[in-house]
Design a binder for this molecule. Structure first.
Ligand code: SAH
Length: 217
């Protein structure tokens, strides 16, 4: 069962979580405030109530996970999201990361390849707060050509290569953040599409994501 009550205890734990993320090096107050406003326990089964605000990833079913809050903050920071930007997220999962982007005022388009996760997670009461999130069932490798181009693209699963169709769907000057690699550990990368179509690549820390898989399920 999904919890629906946000208590003072949860709020206190959330404050502690944002302090932990700040200590680990992400000190963008807008991002920390967004994390402080989103009841992470709403995105997990009530069995996780006691641990929902630990800085860890947790299972959400179908072999997938809700990302570690520090990782969510890290990717969001690299993406440099501004209000009203059109953002494409690959890997809706629990919808937690999409809510962080929505709190920052982005127009979020999020894709999930697993029908079961898509159906279970795209509508629960808390999400009414975010009319600026649009949900799509599909393969993130294809992106959303109908809605392109995007200011920003965020991949929340480990990509073995930079998906070429997603580069095509970026605006000139747009940025994509993704964990790149095939093994257990991936390098966080930020790819910027320059005005003339050339690509700039920057490398950041190592992380461990579930793989980005081709096709729908
Ligand atoms: N952003 C999520 C993280 C979920 S884990 C959150 O905040 O909870 C990564 C998710 O990416 C999983 O749900 C997985 O099913 C999904 N995924 C993997 N490959 C994909 C693809 N090709 N297209 C869309 N989603 C994909």
């Amino acid at each position: 069962m999904r919890p629906t009550e946000d208590t003072y205890r949860h709020k206190g734990l959330r404050k502690k979580l944002t302090d932990v993320i700040r200590t680990k090096g992400i000190n963008d107050e807008k991002i920390l405030e967004a994390i402080g406003r989103i009841p992470r326990h709403f995105f997990l089964d009530s069995a996780f109530d006691d641990v929902a605000y630990e800085d860890r990833a947790f299972p959400i079913g179908e072999g997938q996970t809700i990302s570690q809050p520090y990782t969510v903050a890290y990717q969001t920071f690299l993406l440099q999201v501004k209000p009203f930007e059109k953002v494409l997220e690959i890997g809706t999962g629990s919808v937690y990361q999409a809510c962080v982007l929505a709190e920052l005022g982005a127009q979020v388009h999020t894709i999930e390849r697993q029908k079961k996760l898509f159906d279970t997670n795209k509508t629960f009461t808390f999400l009414k707060k975010y009319p600026n999130i649009k949900f799509f069932y599909g393969d993130g490798y294809e992106g959303l050509p109908t809605y392109a181009p995007f200011d920003k693209i965020l991949i929340t699963a480990a990509a073995p290569e930079i998906p070429p169709k997603l580069i095509e769907q970026l605006k000139p000057g747009g940025m994509m953040v993704l964990p790149l690699g095939v093994g257990d550990v991936q390098q966080m990368k930020r790819v910027t599409k320059l005005e003339r179509g050339a690509i700039k690549e920057e490398v950041f820390d190592n992380f461990s994501f579930v793989p980005m898989v081709e096709g729908k399920k």
